[in-house]
Design a protein. Sequence first.
Length: 344
Amino acid sequence: MTLTLTKDFSYLIEKQKAPAFSFFFRVHSGSEKQLHDPGHMRSKCHEVIKEAGLQSALTENLLNKVNQEIEQLDLSTGAKSFGIFVSPEFAATKLYYTYLPERQYMGEYFSALESLYAEQQSRRYIMFQLEPRAIQVFKGQNDHLEILESSPELELVNKIYKHKVTTQADKDGKAHRGEHDIKWIKEFLDAMSALSAKLESPAVIVGNSLTAATSEDFKKSSLNVIACIDEVVHATGGNSQAELGSKIAELIQENTSKEWLLKCNEAAGSHKLVSANDEMIACVVEGRAAQLLLETPAWDNSGLLEFTPLHEIARETLAKHGSLEFLSKNTLKKWNGQVMLLRY
């Protein structure tokens, strides 16, 4: 789930023909009291652009770009936030499946910090929900789950699961540890791997006790499992599905954070870790930055904000072929919430 520089993120590290505006909006619930409101988004964007004191022709150009982006917004996707990016020669809108505060930035670059955090939280995964007699497969982004459309790869997963060996299972369908069918587990993991590969998404397994597959089985397979819940969960919709999605999102970040904390301690022992802003900036400039690790931000402030040194560090880390990861709160407590792992 680590973020590295790809074509999708290139606009975040490229210097724009100024001014470059970044707008972040939180999507409301859609209830009668909090309706989805593109009108508010448009009004706030116009306000910030008009108050920038630009030439009238440039102002008009930017306002038109904002209007076009907002007109194309799809508020029915389940996304919780939007990022709108406009400059004289560029415009884009991103959907995020996590909440961001309402923020605006103006400068020579777009705001990478909020964007990259939200992109990481919105990374796709495939959730395999195992039940005694059937398996359901969902597309997931953070805590948002959607049933996966049919495909030959999905049909193979269903077919293999329906023919799982049950002679050594109890009345609830749960296989006994140490007595499961190794051949069947391999076939099942291979089928899930093929589906995950097609969708270029890692896997989450819920109800793994029904297969008795172990972490060693996962390691031997090509299936990239980022979270696993042994107990069987019957989530058919509504709040139960939302709760399951939230549990998965927390588990993914918890697992990732534990792995990175081990690497941080190893790097600290070999003197390949820095945490102060000035040290991190110097290491980025020298090309030594391998990974920038930050705790989940508090996002205390909203409104029109100035870029911070951390914005620059995050942007330059990706520009110099490093990677970025946001970890659970208190994971990096001993380093005040931020560290950079060095190549040398």
